[in-house]
Design a protein around this ligand. Sequence first.
Ligand SMILES: Cc1ncc(COP(=O)(O)O)c(C=O)c1O
Length: 419
Amino acid sequence: MKDLFDKIYRDKGPLGKWASQAEGYFVFPKLEGEISNRMKFQGKEVITWSINDYLGLANHPEVRKVDAQAGADYGSAYPMGARMMSGHTDMHEKLQTELADFVDKEAAYLLNFGYQGMVSTIDALVAKDDIIVYDVDAHACIIDGVRLHMGKRFTYKHNDIESLEKNLERATKMAEQTGGGILVISEGVFGMRGEQGRLKEIVALKEKFNFRFFVDDAHGFGTQGKTGAGTGEEQGVQDGIDVYFATFAKALASTGAFIAADKEIIDYLKYNLRSQMFAKSLQMQLVVGALKRLDMLKNMPELKNKLWENTNALQSGLRKRGFDIGTTQSCVTPVYLKGSIPEAMALVRDLRENYGIFCSIVVYPVIPKGLILLRLIPTATHTLEDVNETLDAFDAIRERLENGTYKRLSASVAAAMEN
Ligand SMILES: Cc1ncc(COP(=O)(O)O)c(C=O)c1O
């Protein structure tokens, strides 16, 4: 009989197999210093384009002050226990009311983490006879939520309304047999490529099909819409979203998340969300901190304006210089280049070591073979100087990619590793 751990000793998994070459540099890098546009990587200053601190709240002096005071007032334990048992407070309720008001829903409920909250909300919304239809490019937390579902599920092609319609037809036929309902799930903003989910067109399909719509707006909350209330506001269809989700881990620069919906739906979820019923309540320091951040999001529009000024400067600069930034409709800024994985590694090393630019890199199997995706996340803390320095660096690395410098460099690294 096999030892359970055999597979672990044999192979660390699709990402883990790169550990010896990538760990500490391409994965698990240590960014040091205060969270801002410039941080330290391996002792050197880098312009940071890989942190979702969209509004620059992470290290804002007012936020730091409130976080510190809340730490002094409550410590990190309070309240103890799950919300249902002993971990409920006025402040949790206050934050929920303010969040619900802000995203224009009747009620909201707090989640300890976005990821497990999404998994749990999907789990609570569907029964065995229900059918889930979701975008194939969905975030891992949606995929994991769907994995818990005991009934049928269909994916539709990414942001493809025709494909969604076809799958809704299939789902409708199936639901008529099972006697269940249909849940459609999309992201508000897709975090990898930056496209907005086609929420308006999806909501319009409610005229033709009977379904409920759940939106994960992790990247849209605080960045999209006139007031920052998210992608539903941006597209004018917040009403058509039945359950709205956002995390505090991006624009609010904290930990925690929430769902918002009609009161009756939230009342149901609060008694059925296993991740909240059987886990400790969101700690008070985070609740107080989120109230402060939400207040700043509502009352300091200059933060979102600065974010978009930087986003526009970065995206138009890249386009003007002939870079392919795909079809982004958000602050998420992907730059697509052509090259192999070893070339991508040499290129990123050059960017970090010689140009002081730190951004995330995505390669096959996440995107098609032969493509390199550099992902830049602008924030309100960046300056136009950061943008211009980055644009010049990108010109330089593109030239070196095209003239074969990285191919030569990666070949010599590969040869050295073999010897
Ligand atoms: C689309 C999306 N949903 C959910 C999450 C999870 O949020 P959290 O970090 O609060 O667990 C993320 C964060 O990476 C995300 O990008």
